[in-house]
Ligand binder design. Structure first.
Ligand code: PEP
Ligand code: MG
Length: 573
């Protein structure tokens, strides 16, 4: 059995087709007719743009607009004046078009791939795709196409590039396995959009697996079974049927409000990372956006986005959502989120360092640019501002003061904005939780960032396997702290959401209902599942479960208890 990262749910059973990489070797030659060589590169680039545009049109039909936009992004990469300018310089120094273009792309690839941040790393895949696309044209080599593979194919590749997948036929692909990539890589986004089971980062998959091998992919556990025996085949076919049945059952929750069994209504929002994701939020039936992680707008680029670029992005998301709420979180960087274009300084302990709101309050220009863009976008929808990583009231007060200052500037320039825009905070540090009573008097709303809150409460780095046993939202201390945050919000009559991963955890849902959470914000594909798990509990039953869970003393006991509660509920129904 092979193991990788499970990125797209479902069971896939089929035969392997290896999408092997073609050799793009070229002979380095010194050119004398530099003008002709520059023309050759320019012609190849313009040919590449034509082809990419066509592929994007195909991809928009076969997969969706978001995926097509990734390909259109390749045209922007190749049009980057720095990239083309440097390539021409190299040709003028005697390099051939292939050598010059490859060298400059490799430079970008090295910068992006050495980043700690997965999104920026992903950008290196885009540049590699662009480099290979242009080289293929210069060398006259045709590209691998996945559009005409037979039904029941499991694609195995080192990595799946967006251009390879143009024209992909979803009904013929049983699964995807790659050697690289994680939750937010293109292969993962594509697999989820097409609802194809996928397991990524399977070590040496393209070497171990051969064309024609039968494989089973479990897109929930990340397991890949090669040449299964008949018992395994039967077992997984049954699981496949169950998965399809459960998924269909969730469809009855589409278009319905989010209501508990005793009639209390909740808001069920989505977490997004870019304006295009707002379309996903809508198509997965989200009731708005509870967390727009704006740091993604700053990743994978050489300079920070301007005020106008940000304004466009926020407006686009707001217009997609119409009247539905859009909560825009200001820049949350540092920790594990590196932003090369901001040139953050290395810190010994970045999770404790100049992160998020601390960075913004120290780098006022960047913060004010973002706040101005959000305020200017605020006439285009139902927009609120949310501050990340608050630890003390001064950070909230100073941010509010800055917002008021910018409002004054906008008024004097006769630029419209929403005068009553709400300002909320993420409660994701132990300090903020402890002073939640104070913060709730001045914040317009809370959103519990359970991902960071768990880490900071347990003093535990979730990336460190040696202490990962401590990283659980079901730790008694984390549950008590969540209860307190919600209590303080309710005491002060402000809405309180949870936007960390735990908001979509069926085990935690009865506790969140009992504590009095008012909003859930989850990844778009989790919306219907969360709506279902909210619908199964009455407030009274949720209170009983919570009372018992909160009386237990260890994470293990709480986990076992909630697991039993959930499975006995499923068998009763
Ligand atoms: C969180 O910490 O729970 C959260 C939602 O923020 P992020 O995951 O972006 O750090
Ligand atoms: Mg966080």
């Amino acid at each position: 059995m092979l193991k990788g990262i499970a990125v797209s749910e479902g069971i896939g059973i089929g035969k392997v087709i290896l999408a092997e990489e073609q050799s793009l070797e070229y002979i380095e030659k010194t050119v004398t007719d530099k003008e002709t060589e520059i023309n050759r590169l320019e012609a190849a680039v313009s040919d590449f743009c034509e082809k990419t545009k066509k592929q994007a049109e195909e991809l928009a039909i076969s997969v969706g607009k978001n995926e097509a936009d990734i390909l259109l992004g390749h045209i922007s990469i190749v049009h980057d004046p720095f990239l083309m300018g440097e390539a021409e310089k190299l040709i003028k120094n005697g390099k051939c078009a292939e050598g010059a273009f490859a060298e400059i792309c490799d430079m970008f690839i090295t910068v992006f791939s050495s980043s700690e941040d997965e999104m920026t790393k992903q950008r290196s895949v885009d540049v590699r795709d662009v480099k290979n696309g242009v080289l293929r044209i210069l060398l006259g080599i045709n590209e691998i196409k996945l559009s005409d593979v037979p039904k029941g194919t499991v694609i195995v590749a080192k990595e799946l590039t967006p251009s390879m997948t143009a024209g992909i036929n979803k009904n013929h692909i049983a699964g995807i396995i790659t050697e690289t990539g994680g939750m937010t890589s293109h292969s993962a986004i594509l697999a989820r959009a097409l609802e194809i089971p996928a397991v990524l980062s399977v070590d040496r998959a393209a070497e171990i697996l051969r064309n024609g091998d039968t494989v089973i992919i479990d897109g929930s556990s990340g397991e890949v079974i090669v040449s299964p025996d008949s018992a395994q085949m039967e077992n997984y076919k049954e699981r496949q049927r169950r998965f399809i049945r459960d998924k269909k059952e969730l469809e009855i929750f589409r278009g319905r409000p989010t209501v508990s069994a005793s009639g209390e209504t909740y808001e069920l929002f989505c977490n997004i990372g870019n304006p295009e994701d707002a379309l996903d939020a809508m198509s997965f039936d989200g009731e708005g956006v509870g967390l727009f992680r704006t740091e993604f707008l700053f990743m994978d680029r050489l300079t920070a986005p301007t005020e106008d670029e940000q304004l466009e992005a926020y407006k686009r998301a707001a217009l997609t959502l119409g009247e539905k709420p859009l909560i825009i979180r200001t820049l949350d960087i540092g920790g594990d989120k590196d932003i090369p274009c901001l040139g953050l300084t290395q810190e010994d302990n970045p999770f404790m360092g100049l992160r998020a709101i601390r960075y913004c309050l120290k780098n006022r220009d960047i913060f004010k640019t973002q706040l101005r863009a959000i305020l200017r976008a605020s006439t285009s929808g139902n927009i609120s501002i949310m501050l990340p990583l608050i630890t003390c009231i001064e950070e909230l007060r100073e941010s509010r003061r800055l917002i008021e200052e910018i409002k004054g500037e906008l008024r004097s320039s006769h630029i419209k904005f929403n005068e009553n825009i709400r300002l909320g905070i993420m409660v994701e540090t132990a300090s903020a939780a402890v002073i939640a009573d104070v913060l709730a008097k001045e914040a317009d709303f809370f959103s519990i960032g359970s991902n960071d809150l768990t880490g900071y409460t347990m003093a535990c780095d979730r990336g460190n396997a040696d202490v990962s046993y401590l990283y659980s939202v079901l730790q008694p201390s984390v549950l008590r702290i969540i209860k307190r945050i919600i209590f303080c919000a309710k005491e002060n009559n402000i809405p309180v959401a949870m936007c960390g991963e735990a908001a979509a955890d069926p085990m935690l849902i009865p506790l969140l209902i009992s504590f009095g959470l008012t909003e859930f914000s989850v990844s778009p594909p989790s919306v219907l599942k969360v709506r279902k798990y909210i619908s199964i509990w009455t407030k009274q039953k949720a209170d009983k479960i919570t009372e018992k869970a909160m009386s237990l003393e260890t994470q293990g006991e709480i986990y076992e208890y909630l697991k039993t509660v959930l499975s006995s509920h499923s068998s009763d129904n």
